[in-house]
Design a protein around this ligand. Structure first.
Ligand code: XMP
Length: 514
């Protein structure tokens, strides 16, 4: 893999994505990794990420300097660029030429990194210190007003670095520069393709589950669990049973999509558990979001366990493995990444009961969403499934602010179906990452409908654009489309007299309301 060393900035994961977009597998590792541990991973290259610190700060995060002697290609970015400069004998100083935000980069000489790119290009910077003198053997290949040495390279040693952030979209040629490093400087070949990923993951699952192990997979109706199940089905065939728990918290049409479309595409064995009553009775009186998530997560697992005896038909056969569609961002947001705060306990990671009786199989644990979709297509899943918007495991329960009841669910399902239908009709599916429709059940709003005053509830539309759900911006849906949705929801859904639009980015807001 290409190892992306995390110095504590929020950019490490994004860099890993960008490397993968160049079709080379990459993983994030903490900066505390030792040279021996790096060697053991046999990396194709190392990318040093940006970081919040100054290389001169007391507790500046550092990296085992022996890493630079492994003969592995290295690319430094921002803080990582400065660290690399110092480690290899260059100098870094606080020149007062601090740059934050957009600046203009001028490639100099005939460097490899910027070959063929415009003579001036916008790049995104965020630095106080700057490299003053490049290390011996390295040539300076670009500069900006605040950073005379804004990029350097030593093609013979297969090392290079840039002061700016090539991974962000504000550096429009950044991806080309990163790709040029990987291909031209490090000499790597693009092999991380959907077909290869699928093949590798299928082999991994076979190795984990063994020749006779039995597995069970919960299908949520979402993309992730569907792709995870399809992969495992390819790996072990009928030794996988898919369990679809209809917890009554699904959107309109989802049950049919799983029972018909998914089964038709994969041929997987499917058992449906009707658990609406169980879930709704346990959720009665619960309005705290974390309690909802924990309750639902636990009931999910219990429902699987209940399904197991049915599935195997005898108490002796033991289903040991539970397949989950956990993704890389879930793992990091649940505190799985070093030093990352626990923001919400996603029910498929943090909310599992402690006495869990299964070993987890999480084939998508290292993948980003777009990669999951590509793998799903590779496995022949239909577009209605792989192209779906992400939908949280706890379902509509966390889209009802307040207690979850059958009536409120029915109401929200109607509003959600209308919003989805109109957004699709307006051709916005490609622009919108997902659009939670949220019922503010604890809020009453006054309205006037017909001759009378009503006392109903507001519905919130939360259309967001995102690359990976880690950050998001609110989508500028055309007013005409919003108008149609608002009119239809207030006319067709009883008890709703107001439709409001959420115009908050993430951060500071999260995508879901709970
Ligand atoms: P937030 O609200 O944290 O959501 O910005 C980020 C992404 O994760 C989805 N989400 C969940 N998915 N179980 C899931 O499987 C959960 O508990 C959960 N909570 C949020 C959310 O829809 C968005 O795509």
């Amino acid at each position: 893999p290409v190892l992306v060393v995390d110095f504590g900035a929020q950019y490490a994961q994004l860099i890993a994505r960008r490397v993968r977009e160049a079709r080379i597998y990459s993983e994030v590792v903490p900066h505390t990794i030792t040279a021996d541990e790096v060697r053991a991973k046999n990396p194709a290259a190392i990318v040093l990420s940006g970081g919040p610190a100054s290389v001169y700060a007391e507790d500046a995060p550092s990296l085992d300097p022996a890493v630079f002697d492994l003969g592995v290609p290295v690319f430094g970015i921002c803080y990582g660029f400065q660290m690399m400069a110092r480690a290899l004998g260059g100098t870094v100083a606080n020149t007062g030429g601090r740059e934050f935000g957009r600046t203009t980069l001028t490639p100099t000489g005939d460097g490899v990194l910027h070959a063929g790119l415009p003579a001036e290009q916008p790049v995104w910077m965020s630095h106080n210190d700057a490299v003053q003198v490049a290390p011996e053997g390295f040539s300076t290949v670009a500069s900006t007003p605040g950073a005379p040495v804004a990029a350097f390279e030593n093609v013979g040693r297969r090392m290079a670095g840039v002061q700016y952030h090539p991974e962000v979209l504000h550096s429009p040629h950044g991806q080309e520069v990163l790709t040029r490093f990987l291909y031209e400087v490090a000499g790597l070949k693009p092999t991380w393709t959907a077909a290869n990923i699928a093949e590798q993951l299928i082999a991994d699952v076979r190795a984990q589950v063994g020749e006779s192990g039995l597995a069970i997979c919960g299908l949520s109706g979402g993309v992730d669990s569907a792709v995870a199940a399809a992969l495992v089905q390819r790996a072990i065939g009928d030794r996988l049973t898919c369990v679809f728990v209809d917890h009554g918290l699904l959107r309109q049409g989802e049950r049919e999509q799983v029972q018909t479309d998914f089964v038709a595409a994969t041929g997987a064995r499917l058992v449906t558990v009707d658990a609406e009553e169980t879930f709704l009775s346990r959720l009665a009186g619960v309005s705290d979001p974390e309690t909802k998530r924990k309750t639902i997560g636990e009931l999910f697992i219990r429902s699987f366990e209940g399904a197991v005896s049915e599935v195997v038909g005898s108490a002796d056969a033991k289903v040991e493995f539970l397949v989950q569609g956990t993704l890389y961002p879930d793992v990091v947001e649940s505190g799985g990444g070093a030093g990352t705060a626990n923001i919400k306990s996603h029910h498929n990671v943090g909310g599992l009961p402690e006495d869990l009786e299964f070993s987890l199989v999480e084939p998508l644990r290292l993948l980003f969403k777009d990669e999951v979709r590509a793998v799903g297509r590779e496995l022949g899943l239909p577009e209605e499934i792989v192209g779906r918007q992400p939908f949280p495991g706890p379902g509509l329960a966390i889209r009802i602010v307040g207690e979850v009841t059958k009536d409120r669910l029915d109401l929200l399902r109607k509003a959600d179906a209308i919003a989805r239908e109109e957004l699709t009709a307006a051709g916005l599916d490609g622009t919108i990452w997902q659009c939670p429709v949220v019922l503010l059940a604890d809020v009453r709003s006054v309205g006037v409908q017909g001759d009378g005053r009503t006392y109903g509830h507001p519905i919130v539309l939360r259309p967001v654009s995102s690359e990976d759900a880690m950050t998001a911006d609110w989508t500028r849906v055309p007013y005409e489309t919003l108008e149609i949705i608002s009119t239809r929801i207030t006319n067709e859904v009883e008890d709703v007299n107001r439709v409001v639009l959420d115009v908050t980015s993430k951060p500071p807001g999260t995508i879901e309301w709970e």
